[in-house]
Design a protein around this ligand. Structure first.
Ligand code: NAP
Length: 291
């Protein structure tokens, strides 16, 4: 079935995601704050561009956002030209940004009052996952709404799962980020250790990646970490945003997260080294610096 879809936020992730929805045959209207990106998008894919989120969402059956943090999300939703001022009754709004569970629940409730539905649906898989249309999407919200939105979310993902009620998608993403933070620090320490020990890291990785030490980060990032190449998508600034969300939520639900707190400080060191836009595997840079 062809649907009218609005997509707001054509960043590293949103740009190709909106592209996959268009390629699947839906009528897509995009909005991006920096107009040049939307202009480029409509030359590359079939679709229209709008001048505000409100205009993009007019008449849409499905509305998607993929913006930065809680404040950015509030601007494009509840702000003066936000999509909440035009979303039609019965439509479904899916937010793919990584934000707090709190703001997600707030939007869920406000959408309900206005007669449309909201799903928090943060993503994992990085820039390559977005460009390949193979993201993992963790969803919070109502089951009947999820069932209707799933075929559209499927356009840009390989795994979509409803985890539980509103906010559950964001809580799942928090767990995802906790796992990544610890693994990347461990991998950084091991690689730096191996280099200092004079080992052939390729041979080491070829061997230990077949055993219990294996991880996505090891498979996909060890080479670039050895070579100090940190231009692979998920920025340190975004990781710090996510870990702050984790630490605040952990305080609320009484969970100790000591490793997450330490790794967050290590990412702050990377920022001080100028690594704000380096990817999140750059934790190794602060270890190499200390040699
Ligand atoms: P990005 O490349 O920096 O893009 C952010 C997008 O949001 C841009 O389109 C930006 O518009 C828009 N935006 C930000 N603030 C806005 C505001 N106040 N009003 C209107 N538009 C605004 O970021 P990204 O990497 O695509 O990430 C987007 C979201 O996905 C974030 O929540 C991030 O944590 C999450 N995420 C990212 C990755 C990854 O690997 N990159 C992976 C998983 C999840 P402009 O073009 O005008 O700046």
């Amino acid at each position: 079935m062809t649907c009218n879809v609005a997509f707001i936020g054509l960043g590293v992730m949103g740009y190709p995601m909106a592209g996959y929805i268009s390629k699947a045959g839906h009528n897509v209207t995009v909005f991006n704050r920096t107009t040049a990106k939307a202009e480029k998008w409509i030359t590359e894919y079939k679709g229209k561009m709008a001048s505000t989120p409100k205009e993009a969402a007019e008449g849409a059956d499905f509305i998607f956002t993929c913006v930065g943090n809680d404040e950015d999300l509030k601007q494009v939703t509840l702000g003066e030209n936000g999509l909440f001022h035009s979303a039609k009754k019965g439509s479904i709004y899916v937010d793919n940004s990584t934000v707090s569970a709190e703001v997600s629940r707030e939007l869920y409730n406000k959408a309900k009052e206005k007669g449309f539905a909201f799903l928090d649906a943060p993503i994992s898989g990085g820039q390559s996952g977005a460009e390949g249309g193979i993201l993992t999407v963790m969803v919070g919200g109502d089951e009947e709404v999820f069932k209707k939105a799933e075929p559209v979310i499927d356009c840009y993902s390989k795994k979509v799962k409803l985890i539980g009620p509103s906010g559950s998608g964001q809580l799942t993403k928090m767990m995802n980020q906790m796992c990544i933070a610890g693994v990347v620090q461990g991998l950084s320490e091991a690689i730096n250790f191996g280099i200092n020990a004079g080992l052939d890291i390729d041979k080491v990785m070829e061997t230990i990646s077949k055993g219990a030490a294996q991880s996505w980060q090891m498979e996909n990032r060890y080479k670039t970490m050895v070579e100090d190449k940190f231009d692979y998508g998920f920025a340190v600034d975004w990781m710090r945003k996510d870990l702050k969300i984790v630490i605040e939520e952990a305080k609320r639900n009484g969970s100790p997260v000591p490793i997450t707190e330490i790794v967050d400080e290590y990412y702050a060191d990377v920022q001080k080294m100028g690594g704000n836009r380096w990817d999140s595997s750059s934790l190794i840079a602060r270890l190499k610096k200390k040699k």
